[in-house]
Each structure stands twice: as structure tokens, then as C-alpha cells.
Design a protein around this ligand. Structure first.
Ligand SMILES: [Zn+2]
Length: 136
């Protein structure tokens, strides 16, 4: 079973649409209806012009790894280590960077600039957690 372990996310009014879409395998960022600026994670207010409420835009892959780290610490008893955590940018979605676990390649093969696809994994509390899959 290749599932994430940990503590279920705290869902708020601002993040509920994100988690609902995640269950359907769709990654949502916030898009301001007034100025068009996108941001992630959802905050319920535009980071550029302070408009609220905001709307959502679907982000699709592939994405590009902007930064990464490899975790060797077994934070929880069921956690398989090591694994890479990547911060991913998406062409056409400036300002949106999403963090997630990297799958599909050994953690030591993770590198900045690599192409990844969006994937979701079953997570704690029945939530679908965004993660990334190394593109072939
Ligand atoms: Zn705005």
C-alpha cells in the first residue's frame, strides 16, 4: 500500500473546495475574479488585491520541480523513508507552487528542473493528498 500517513488536514470554508476536488483527482488553485492572480494554498482572499471571496482554477500537469528535499526521518511509525518532497511550479500558473511527495523514482534521482505529473494518494482521514510522479 503506497499511502501517505499522518494527521488529517484541518478543512476550512476556504479549503473545502480544494479537498473535494482532490478526491476527484483534480488540483485546484485560487484565482482572483478581480485581478486574475493565482495562489496556493487557498486563503479565501487575493494575495495581490485583497478581493474576497476568490474563485478556483484547475491546475494541470506536467509541472517542474522548483525545489526539493529528501526526508530520512521516520516521523511516524508507519512512514517509509527516505522519500523526496518536491516544490512544483506549473507553466501557465505563475505564483502557484505546490508541495508534495515524489513517487516513481528513487529519492536520490530527484532534481531541480525535472518534469513531474500530478498524482493523488490516499491519505489520513480519507483525504486525497496531492503528490507528484516522476515523468518518464
Ligand atoms: Zn486579486
Amino acid at each position: 500500500m503506497d499511502a501517505t500517513v499522518g494527521i488529517p488536514p484541518a478543512v476550512t470554508e476556504e479549503t473545502e473546495p480544494f479537498w473535494t476536488a482532490a478526491r476527484e483527482g483534480r488540483l485546484l488553485a485560487e484565482r482572483c475574479p478581480a485581478c486574475g492572480v493565482e495562489s496556493f494554498p487557498p486563503r479565501g482572499i487575493c494575495r495581490a488585491c485583497r478581493t474576497r471571496p476568490t474563485a478556483f482554477a484547475e491546475v494541470t500537469g506536467p509541472g517542474v520541480v522548483y525545489s526539493l528535499t529528501v526526508n530520512h526521518q521516520r516521523w511516524l511509525p508507519d512512514l517509509e523513508v527516505p522519500y523526496a518532497v518536491v516544490l512544483v511550479e506549473f507553466p501557465g500558473h505563475p505564483g502557484v507552487r505546490v508541495t508534495g511527495r515524489l513517487r516513481g523514482c528513487p529519492p536520490e534521482d530527484a532534481c531541480i528542473g525535472m518534469t513531474v505529473e500530478i498524482g493523488f494518494e490516499p491519505g489520513p482521514g480519507g483525504f486525497a493528498i496531492p503528490s507528484f510522479v516522476a515523468a518518464r
